[in-house]
Write a protein that binds this ligand. Structure first.
Ligand code: NAD
Length: 495
């Protein structure tokens, strides 16, 4: 116990012990051993954090800052993230099992979110309306909500928190972040950088702990004005219900079961790599995983053969090793869930053509590793085709033609993303239009940017993160009417 790094909550600009005096272990998924102690927050900590955020929103330096100064602060924070990118990447690897190569790239890219939204802060313009009433001057203002609750999952902790923090702060809100109980360390380190950048105390607070202990009270808190959640469907539903009770606006980024569609006119080598990046990168633990591979009949066998040959070369092992391509599953329950789904696929009659179980390789140490797994002969009605596994398990489904591909792709409750592989521009445009998904990639997969709106159709969520429209999720419009009339109007007639 003594060797474990002990973290503290971040409330009102200071490190704080949890009111309940309890900590829990954070486990390194590669060694399956604890490496840090995370404060177990509860309702009293939520209370302190929300009060601090509310006070910072209402009074003091934060609301007095001009939008330009707020943007400058976000840019200063971006510089600090860039400076600390290497260290933060290492924490994510230790806490999450993410590959060091991917985390370095992600952390080096992360400052762009704060620069982009920092730049946007003073471009939020209202309008003077050419109002139809005489003797009236009317204009609109876009104003922040107040305290935002940002609740995040365990995959890509800092990236997904930044998708909320950057626009919420640029808009002038204050934030209480509740990171996943599985990967809280990086957010606690991040919070210190906000203080170092000069954010006034209370503008960014972090309360760690479990969903029911912290997430629940946070969403329900009467002083929380807006909720932004990324996570699974069950958590999303509870958060949505609790927010509805408080009549609060919500942004939800939920799961997916995204189709990656390979037509017979595709560049096959590119498609093979794209399919692999869609399902085996980040060990398949991404909401945008291209976990349903739809392959046109005429190339099905040849394509699958090349895919299996290429995927079987993926190097598994220590995520801190720059040569590793597939790391461990982040949590033990998730490891068990992935293995259960492999059994479900077998029981449903799908044929396992690669992997299909725990990885028993010396380079995998004691970690929670699952072999990259591919099932062929999958029917779209099977559970393995309909439910999110969140792991390195690919279901291959055949289709005859464009209509059938689109029908299968859309025959699902989710609508987060989709991939299309074709060399026909006509087909690329037509199929992209017909797919019911918030993001469509053509001849690429897994590309995201601070500039490009991201979010789900159907049960994959509501609202958008990233891009200019993301800042609107954290603003509400006020109309201001000023009478310039000299006469006193009739009080009993609407003006
Ligand atoms: P999860 O829903 O279990 O947890 C997400 C967060 O919500 C955690 O911080 C958790 O403590 C909290 N939480 C859980 N129940 C809660 C409740 N009742 N009230 C308030 N807070 C609660 O999700 P996870 O397992 O951490 O993450 C994996 C899921 O996230 C997958 O389904 C994945 O698809 C989804 N995800 C979506 C996106 C996206 O942008 N669409 C991105 C990444 C992950």
């Amino acid at each position: 116990m003594q060797n474990l790094k002990t973290y503290k909550l971040h409330i009102a600009g200071k490190a704080a012990d949890p009111a309940g005096g309890e900590w829990f272990e954070s486990v390194n998924p590669y060694t399956a051993k604890p490496w840090a102690l995370i404060p177990r927050g509860g309702e009293a900590d939520v209370e302190r954090a929300v009060e601090a955020a509310d006070a910072a929103f209402t009074d003091g330096p934060w609301p007095a800052l001009s939008a330009t100064a707020r943007g400058a602060l976000l840019c200063r924070f971006a510089d600090l993230v860039a400076e600390h990118a290497g260290r933060l990447a290492e924490i994510e690897v230790r806490d999450n099992g993410k590959l060091i190569t991917e985390m370095r790239a992600q952390l080096n890219y992360l400052p762009q979110w704060y620069r982009y939204f920092g730049g946007l802060a003073d471009k939020i313009e209202g309008a003077v309306l050419p109002i139809d009433k005489p003797g009236m001057f009317t204009y609109t203002r876009h104003e922040p909500f107040g305290v935002v609750a940002a609740i995040t999952p365990w995959n890509s902790p800092l990236l997904l928190a930044s998708w909320k923090l950057a626009p919420a702060l640029a808009a002038g809100n204050t934030v209480v972040v509740k990171p996943s109980e599985h990967t809280s360390a990086s957010m606690l380190e991040f919070a210190e950088l906000f203080a170092e950048a000069g954010f006034p105390p209370g503008v960014v607070n972090v309360v760690t702990g479990f969903g029911a202990d912290v997430g629940g009270p946070l969403v329900a808190h009467p002083k929380v004005a807006k909720v932004a959640f990324t996570g699974g469907e069950a958590g999303g539903r509870s958060v949505y219900e609790a927010a509805a009770r408080g009549l609060k606006p919500v942004t939800l980024e939920l799961g997916g079961k995204s189709p990656n569609i390979v037509f017979d006119d595709a560049d096959i080598e590119g498609a093979v790599r794209g399919v692999v990046s869609g399902i085996f990168a980040a060990t398949g633990q991404t909401c945008i995983a291209g976990s349903r591979l739809l392959v046109q009949d005429s190339i099905h066998d040849a394509f699958t053969e090349r895919l299996v040959a290429f995927a079987s070369t993926a190097r598994m092992g220590d995520p801190a090793d720059t040569e590793t391509q597939v790391g461990p599953i982040t949590t033990k329950p998730q490891y068990a869930k992935v293995l259960d789904y492999i059994q479900v696929a077998r029981d449903e009659g799908a044929e396992c053509v690669l992997g299909g179980g725990p990885a028993d390789r010396p380079e995998c140490g004691d970690g929670w590793f699952v072999e990259p797994t591919i099932f062929t002969g999958v029917e779209n009605r099977m559970r393995i085709a309909q439910e999110e596994v969140f792991g390195p398990v690919l279901s291959v489904i055949r289709f005859k033609d464009e209509d059938e591909a689109v029908a299968i792709a859309n025959d699902i409750a989710y609508g987060l993303a989709a991939g299309v592989w074709t060399q026909s521009i006509k087909r690329a445009i037509k199929v992209s239009e017909r797919l019911r998904a918030g993001t469509v990639w053509v001849n690429t997969y897994r590309a995201v940017s601070f500039m490009s709106p991201f979010g789900g159709f159907k049960r994959s969520g509501m609202g958008r993160e990233n891009g200019q429209e993301a800042i609107r999720e954290y603003l509400q419009t006020k109309s201001v009417w000023i009478s310039t009339a000299d006469e006193v109007p009739d009080p009993f007639v609407i003006r």
